[in-house]
Design a protein around this ligand. Structure first.
Ligand SMILES: [Zn+2]
Length: 165
């Protein structure tokens, strides 16, 4: 009994709870807002049946569950979010300029290293067994990382057009 009133124990106790409840992010399913979950577009389309034409798509889009207004920053090492622009701004792929630069720097480096390793594997005379295994492992590691850095060429072209804004 006497122990429970000690301030050290009191501060320890709330910690496991606060780690589990994330009140900062209200769930879309919260009933307190009075809104029930909106159906997804595919559910609405299915309800209309196979004979529904494309003229009803706009109505269904307005009624369906809306897509999120935030997305992860494309820099795989970053945990920040990008926001869909209000108005006519360009939708950002990176949360800031530094992430944009890091992404392209690391991507360029991986692509160049993969080309070097590819060249070493294809050289004549062919690398010995042990060397080949080493090169293939190094290649696989870089390809594995490169999958987190997809080619953003179509988006990059748009970015180049208005790079200085
Ligand atoms: Zn970022």
């Amino acid at each position: 009994m006497g122990d429970a009133s000690k301030p050290t124990q009191g501060t320890d106790q709330p910690q496991p709870d606060s780690g589990l409840t994330t009140r900062a992010t209200p769930g879309p399913r919260s009933r307190s807002s009075g809104g029930r979950m909106r159906p997804t577009l595919s559910v609405l389309r299915a309800r209309r049946g196979p004979d529904s034409g494309p003229d009803t798509v706009v109505d269904d889009l307005k009624a369906c569950l809306q897509p999120k207004l935030t997305a992860s920053c494309m820099n795989p090492d970053c945990s920040k979010k990008c926001k869909w622009p209000v108005g006519r701004g360009r939708p950002p792929l990176f949360h800031d300029r530094l992430c944009h630069e890091k992404y392209h720097l690391i991507r360029r480096r991986l692509v160049a290293e993969i080309a070097d390793i590819d060249g070493a594997l294809k050289r004549d005379p062919r690398p010995s067994g042990e060397e080949r295994i080493y090169l293939e492992n190094q290649l696989a590691r870089r390809r594995w990382l490169l999958q987190r850095y997809p080619d953003l060429a179509p988006a990059a072209r748009n970015e180049d057009a208005g790079q200085e804004d």
